[in-house]
Design a protein around this ligand. Structure first.
Ligand SMILES: Nc1nc2c(ncn2[C@@H]2O[C@H](COP(=O)(O)OP(=O)(O)OP(=O)(O)O)[C@@H](O)[C@H]2O)c(=O)[nH]1
Ligand SMILES: [Mg+2]
Length: 208
């Protein structure tokens, strides 16, 4: 039988988690000409407003406030670049689907996001977030179909899983899986860290 210590070391050996040496906010871009230009690979975080993009990003690098989180949906309106380990970027895209923003702002979201997603050679993986408590919305499915149709490498992360019992979560994972059948779906909670290693493992694969 393995001792607890050996078990722990075996676990850490098999852990895909990247050691975070540095994580820094680099810039907010409102236009293409402000995107970064150093050619490092990028992982993008996409999802409706308030779904937990900034929280996921913070929890992956274990910094409480690298990306701003808030209870005010629609807070992140620019494309924000965070440099991790001087090696790659996490890119926090504005949340979509917030009803109270103006029509032109909603159109801007589509334009800005589609421009980034379709033109960006540095993009190696898109992480689409959906709320684990709900069936994916029409906008979630629209974005998802766009990613699939355009053959963009992506995974789906079902956030806020701590708000469901394990039975409810299994049911919701089935529901989400049925709506997004061709994609990997990972249940996640920024409160408990559930799913964090699995997401890192996909990021490492994306960067390879
Ligand atoms: N319980 C729980 N709350 C979460 C989780 N992830 C995010 N939240 C909360 O949800 C709210 C929104 O989270 P954010 O990370 O700011 O969401 P966002 O997608 O970045 O939002 P925008 O920038 O407005 O698009 C905050 O109050 C978070 O604390 C989670 O896994 N569990
Ligand atoms: Mg945010």
């Amino acid at each position: 039988m393995l001792t607890a210590r050996r078990r722990a070391s075996r676990r850490s050996l098999s852990s895909p988690i990247v050691k975070i040496i540095s994580a820094e906010f680099v810039k907010s871009a409102f236009e293409k000409k402000h995107w970064t230009t150093d050619g490092l690979p990028e992982i993008a975080f996409l999802g409706r407003s308030n779904v937990g993009k900034s929280s996921l990003l913070n929890s992956l690098v274990q910094r409480k406030a690298l990306a701003r989180t808030s209870n005010t949906p629609g807070r992140t309106q620019s494309i924000n670049f965070y440099l991790i380990n001087d090696a790659f970027y996490f890119v926090d895209l504005p949340g979509y689907g917030y009803a109270k923003v103006s029509k032109s702002m909603r159109a801007d979201w589509g334009k800005m996001a589609e421009e980034y997603l379709s033109d960006r050679d540095e993009l190696v993986l898109s992480i689409q977030l959906v709320d684990s408590r709900h069936k994916p919305s029409k906008l979630d499915l629209q974005l998802h179909e766009w990613l699939v149709f355009n053959q963009k490498k992506h995974i789906v992360v079902a956030t806020k899983s701590d708000k469901l019992s394990s039975n409810e979560l299994s049911k919701q994972m089935r529901v989400i899986g049925e709506e997004m059948p061709s994609s990997k779906v990972i249940a996640y909670s920024s409160q408990t860290g559930k799913g964090r290693e699995a997401i890192w493992s996909e990021i490492v694969k994306g960067l390879a």
